[in-house]
Design a protein around this ligand. Structure first.
Ligand code: AMP
Ligand code: MG
Length: 340
């Protein structure tokens, strides 16, 4: 499943909405370049100042952890009553984060999740109409709109939303699409078109006081949910791109930066595997994908990663958000106006 998204990331030749396509291709290469050189800034000091002696202590502890064997790491984690699952790099990162958090708390320096951090993270994973090898010019339409809500304080999945969507341009699903996603023709025939489903999704977010009482961020697996699927869908439905979905956390980027692994190791199945987790449910079901992405996000938060918004859409272009940008939550959700 993930190969598809990964291929698209590096050299998409399928998206035919030419203006969007050019912009996305340009910004994808920019994003990849950014990521390769980016330091681990998953929990930087708020003022960007690393000169405090605590950072020297953290660096020394990290050096010590780097020299530990897998068995030593597992034993240390067990002694500290921390999770012992995952590959060596994951265990290392978990132990480092634990010491870092402790040291920063001891010195009352800033770092780790603070009171200003998002209260909630909302995972979105759209499913869309597709063909085998998606022929050139194929316009994907969203057919499933799922959301899974993570409480970042209790570190639990607290709620979920799921609606199927009736495609209007190609109302007939391909056999390939049905097999891939498990979404049947009946499910989409009985569903409402995208603008009505988006209204329900917005109402769901509003009822949970996200963006008003609570600070939240949207999280996706890759950039495509927003930069491709939602972007195309809004054009097809002739509605403006919704404000609340203009910035998000791309978990692949966060995962790669935090655990220091290349982009090739940030497919959903690989991320789960490396964390010692198994996929639960049916791959390519939007809701199950969202739940599994949420499980990765939870493990990253537990391991001390301060997941932050790292991508955004601006004027139809996908852009990178530098880690030095102020940590802003998504705005209160509203229904976008018509483009007409
Ligand atoms: P995913 O979140 O990986 O389930 O993918 C989202 C959407 O991308 C799917 O609903 C399909 O429209 C498309 N897609 C994913 N994998 C493939 C594939 N192997 N071939 C064609 N389209 C795909
Ligand atoms: Mg999916």
């Amino acid at each position: 499943m993930d190969e598809h998204k990964e291929n698209i990331y590096s050299h998409d030749v399928r998206l035919e909405m030419s203006d969007t396509r050019l912009a996305i291709e340009k910004s994808c290469s920019r994003l990849n370049a950014d990521e390769d050189s980016s330091p681990d800034t998953s929990s930087p000091p708020a003022n960007g100042d690393y000169s405090h002696p605590v950072y020297k202590e953290i660096a020394l502890a990290n050096g010590h952890i780097n020299r530990m064997s897998k068995d030593e790491l597992r034993k240390k984690l067990a002694d500290l009553k921390l999770d012992t699952r995952g590959v060596k790099d994951v265990m290392k990162k978990r132990l480092k984060s634990h010491y870092k958090k402790q040291k920063l708390m001891q010195t009352a320096a800033e770092g780790g999740p603070t009171d200003t951090y998002y209260d909630y993270i909302c995972v979105v994973d759209f499913e869309a109409t597709c063909e085998e090898d998606n022929p050139a010019g194929f316009l994907h339409e969203i057919i499933e709109f799922p959301m899974v809500l993570i409480n970042t304080r209790t570190l639990e999945i607290v709620d979920s939303f799921q609606e199927y969507v009736k495609p209007e341009l190609n109302p007939q699903l391909s056999d390939f699409c049905v097999k891939l996603t498990g979404i049947t023709q009946k499910m989409v025939d009985e569903a409402e078109p995208f603008p009505s489903v988006l209204e329900k999704a917005v109402a769901w977010l509003q009822e949970r006081e996200l963006g008003t009482k609570y600070k939240y961020a949207i999280l996706t697996d890759g950039a495509w949910d927003m930069s491709k699927f939602l972007n195309i869908q809004c054009r097809l439905s002739r509605i403006r791109y919704p404000q609340f979905a203009k910035k998000w956390i791309n978990i692949r980027k966060s995962y790669g930066n935090f655990y220091k692994v290349p982009r090739t190791q940030t497919k959903l199945s690989t991320m789960l595997d490396k964390l010692g987790l198994k996929y639960e449910g049916r791959p390519h079901s939007g809701l199950d994908d969202s739940r599994n992405i949420a499980r990765i996000a939870l493990r990253m938060l537990q391991d001390g990663c301060q997941l932050r918004v790292n991508e955004r859409m601006h004027a139809g272009q996908l852009l990178s958000v530098p880690s030095s940008a102020p940590e802003e939550g998504a705005p209160p959700p509203h229904n976008p106006r018509s483009r007409d």
